[in-house]
Design a protein around this ligand. Structure first.
Ligand code: GDP
Ligand code: PGA
Ligand code: MN
Ligand code: MN
Length: 585
């Protein structure tokens, strides 16, 4: 029988999984790449990718004496952050995506974005990137394959995930048992903001992203898979996929309490995850271990506790503000083998950003001679990508396939007024309400205005792959017989005085708040009831870096601002009717 020959790209190496090979063939037929490369995740492959990017200018070498293995990528100036207005959740039923997501019907979404993908890889290499989110042998881990035409994305995926041969082997093994992997298709396209979409198809376990190379839009294992698709799967399967750091707080008795904390993007997760306790605490034996800095997957164990893994293997951290004073662990982590994106450069080729030190950079993030008239030298959302295990505080338990048991969940946002430094929810249901009511001022991590207060439930507004009403109900469902749920707290490191300065010193000093939480968990600290929840007793939290008046102010709820806060929260929650669960009405 004579089949009509159809133009075929050069033969691929392929996998042992027909479903994967067929999908790669289909994508190649649509995107028409010159070459196909199946990534094995090896060191040699990474070196080749870097060499290619240095040759074509995608990467610039930084000072190899001070920063060995470090490179700088300058993105398109119009492609520097997540694009929430171009991000869609494409469920069959519109209501399933909820008022918290932009929605498009799946057929229309595929058609719209496939038109952009048609022929977009001509002259380019199609990379097949198998990855595993979570320790490769963990029952909580999930796999995906990202197809991309961006070597920058491949290199970042190698730092951020377990990428390559081991992931492919797991995908093949699971595929043979009928278990699907998440399919992510990505192209940088023309980097035209008018030809850009980030589409999610939770019912198909599929993602399509076109027109951006920025981390949150293009590293599909991260926000697209590990939060939007995973949150959908988690609801079906009885677990949680959350925008949370995970840290282990070791006390002087040698007991480690694991804490998960959800703050919106650029509101302090990476810093808290890598906290170094003040000297006095260190002398007593307190230590913080970093399990994860952005995403947490957790499920109830047979003991009734929530067990959590960090699905990622690297950090994609905010550069500005990172310094030897604020986050020495991060600074130590990024001295070598790091990809910097959109930072400034000193005259001797070192990476630089606002808040690092008092040197004056030579070039700004766009590669222009630095001129303060052009704004900050580093883009406010400039980032570093680096392997997690390079962090001095990296927890060995980050590789534990069973995860770590969570003792406390912390919600928090960037609130210049009203919200106090810390309070505790009265119980799980109240804690879910506190999370659902969360507000925060917007940051440079997403395009749009910065510093605008908005509601961001559980820091998941941009990341929940389904209706928030269903999501809150799912959270409430964990409170059932036999459950040993963590305590829930709310923090605010960003309360400001009338003069506009932060009242609380933050960073390492946040240890004092963590200590109070541990004391509450152990039952050794009292608390005072208030309209919003349980507050520390007067004098329970003090800091040598904060005046007595400032501490007093920061620990208090702003009574004058509370009525409006409560009105806003009520209005916000009404927006999820009729799916709003009754305990939150
Ligand atoms: P993430 O995006 O949630 O991981 O947030 P980061 O930890 O990267 O922090 C984002 C920005 O907030 C950086 O510029 C930090 O320096 C700053 N930041 C983090 N923690 C604190 C804090 O406790 N107090 C203050 N004032 N700023 C903080
Ligand atoms: P972040 O991660 O939370 O560390 O800022 C990136 C993002 O959320 O866009
Ligand atoms: Mn994040
Ligand atoms: Mn971070």
């Amino acid at each position: 029988m004579n089949a009509v020959p159809r133009p075929q790209p050069p033969p691929a190496q392929g996998s042992r999984l027909a479903a994967l090979n067929d999908w790669v063939d289909q994508v190649a037929a649509l995107t028409k790449p010159d070459r196909i490369h199946w990534c094995d995740g090896s060191e040699a492959e990474y070196r080749d990718l870097v060499a290619g990017m240095l040759a074509d200018g995608t990467l610039v070498e930084l000072n190899q004496d001070t920063h060995p293995g470090c490179y700088l990528h300058r993105s398109d100036p119009q492609d520097v952050a997540r694009v929430e207005h171009l991000t869609f959740v494409c469920t069959r039923e519109r209501d399933d995506a909820g008022p918290n997501n932009h929605w498009m019907a799946p057929a229309q979404a595929h058609e719209t974005i496939d038109r952009l993908f048609d022929g977009c890889m001509r002259g380019r290499t199609l990379y097949v990137v198998p990855y595993c989110m979570g320790p490769i042998d963990s029952p909580l881990a999930r796999c995906g394959v990202e197809i991309t035409d961006s070597p920058y994305v491949v290199a970042n995926m190698r730092l951020m995930t377990r990428m390559g041969a081991a992931a492919l082997a797991r995908i093949e093994r699971e595929g043979a048992q009928g278990k699907a992997f998440v399919r992510g298709l990505h192209s940088t396209g023309e980097l035209d903001p008018d030809r850009r979409f980030i589409m999610h198809f939770p019912e198909e376990l599929a993602i399509k992203s076109y027109g951006s190379g920025y981390g949150g839009n293009a590293l599909l294992g991260k926000k697209c898979h590990a939060l939007r698709i995973a949150s959908w799967q988690a609801r079906q399967e009885g677990w949680l996929a959350e925008h949370m750091l995970i840290l282990g707080l070791e006390d002087p008795q040698g007991e480690t309490h694991y804490i998960a904390a959800a703050f919106p993007s650029a509101c302090g997760k990476t810093n808290l995850a890598m906290l170094i306790p003040p000297e006095g605490y260190r002398a007593l034996g307190w230590k913080v271990w970093t399990v994860g800095d952005d995403i947490c997957w957790m499920r109830p164990g047979t003991d009734g506790r929530l067990w959590a893994i960090n699905p990622e293997a690297g950090y994609f951290g905010v550069a500005p503000g990172t310094s030897a004073r604020t986050n020495p662990n991060a600074l130590a982590t990024i001295q070598r083998d790091t990809i910097y994106t959109n930072v400034a450069v000193t005259d001797d080729g070192q990476p630089w950003w606002e808040g690092l030190d008092d040197r004056v950079p030579a070039l700004d993030w766009q590669g222009r001679p630095y001129d303060p008239a052009n704004g900050p030298a580093a883009h406010p959302n400039s980032r570093f990508t680096v392997a997690a295990m390079q962090c001095p505080s990296w927890s060995p338990r980050a590789e534990d396939p069973q995860g770590v048991p969570i003792s406390a969940i912390v919600f928090g946002g960037r609130r210049s007024s009203v919200m106090p430094l810390v309070f505790e929810a009265r119980d799980w249901t109240h804690g879910v309400r506190v999370g659902a009511a969360m507000g925060s001022e917007t940051t440079a991590a997403a395009t749009g205005a910065v510093g605008v207060m908005r509601r961001d439930p559980m820091a998941m507004k941009p990341f929940c792959g389904y209706h928030f009403g269903d999501y809150f109900a799912h959270w409430l469902s964990f409170d059932r017989p036999g459950a040993k749920l963590p305590k829930i707290f709310h923090v605010n490191w960003f309360r400001k005085g009338d003069d506009g300065r932060f009242l609380w010193p933050g960073f390492g000093e946040n240890m004092r708040v963590l200590e109070w939480m541990v004391a509450r968990i152990r039952g050794t600290a009292a608390a005072v009831d208030s309209p919003i929840g349980l507050l520390p007793e007067a004098g329970a939290i003090v800091s040598p870096a904060c005046s007595r008046e400032d501490v007093e102010r920061v620990l208090q709820v702003d009574a004058a601002g509370l009525p409006q806060e409560q009105t806003e929260i009520a209005q916000h929650l009404q927006g999820f009717r009729p799916r709003l669960p009754s305990p939150l009405v």
